[in-house]
Design a protein around this ligand. Structure first.
Ligand code: G3P
Length: 221
């Protein structure tokens, strides 16, 4: 399963990329608005840091505007995937951009039918938002199971990019189902690294080593 980071924060992107953890990045207008600076510079910088796919979202809700913006966004880097919303105009833009060789991520997907239609329109990725479904009392992960089954039945090439992830258990469940990608807020990726028993174990190793050093002051490794 690929891991994308769901952020436009360059510091976080560099931090996790230096650990070799990142296969790509997803952004959206809300994530861009959290960052200071010029969004164009940020988007260009992300495409330079990350070798894998970088999703940059259009702002227009109309087909012609999406095509215009999608083409401009694609010039920011060869690895740009244009993110369009799951609407009629979005699907039309998905078909057009995909047929011109510009990969598309259809976002704001909340039902298996929406995922099916995005795949039919030629999307490279569909982005089901599981946390937002959980928030309204529906089972977000069930949607991932349904999309996985539908896509395997018909051999769609479209990848399932699980979005709106809230905690590490979401990641484990998505991996068990066989989702292609999870896109994670930096805080969730941080939590996945940590375990209290790792911290306690390390503390014990170091204090035991101090005891050994006290007996052999010139000891080095
Ligand atoms: O990429 C966007 C998606 O992950 C949104 O997440 O937390 O705003 O529901 P959230």
């Amino acid at each position: 399963m690929k891991i994308f980071l769901d952020t436009a924060n360059l510091e976080a992107i560099r931090k996790f990329n230096d650990m070799g953890l990142l296969d790509g990045i997803t952004t959206n207008p809300s994530l861009m608005s959290k960052e200071g600076g010029n969004p164009k510079d940020i988007m260009k910088e992300i495409t330079k840091i990350i070798k894998g796919d970088v999703s940059l979202e259009v702002l227009s809700s109309k087909y012609s505007g999406m095509i215009e913006e999608g083409k401009r966004l694609h010039q920011y880097g060869k690895n740009v995937v244009v993110k369009v919303p799951m609407t009629s105009d979005g699907l039309k833009a998905c078909k057009h951009l995909s047929s011109e060789g510009i990969p598309v991520n259809v976002t704001l997907v909340f039902s298996p039918n929406q995922a099916l239609l995005a795949a039919k329109s030629g999307a490279k990725y569909v982005s089901p938002f599981i946390g937002r479904l959980d928030d309204i009392g529906q089972d977000g992960m069930h949607l991932i199971k349904e999309i996985k089954q539908i896509f395997s039945n018909y051999d769609f090439g479209t990848k399932i990019l699980v979005a709106s992830i809230r905690h590490p258990i979401h990641v484990v469940d998505a991996a068990k189902i066989g989702a292609d990608v999870v896109t994670l807020p930096p805080a969730v990726l941080d939590k996945m690294i940590q375990h209290p028993l790792t911290d306690i174990g390390l503390e014990n190793f170091l204090s035991d080593w101090e005891k050994l050093k006290a007996r052999n002051p010139n000891m080095q490794i």
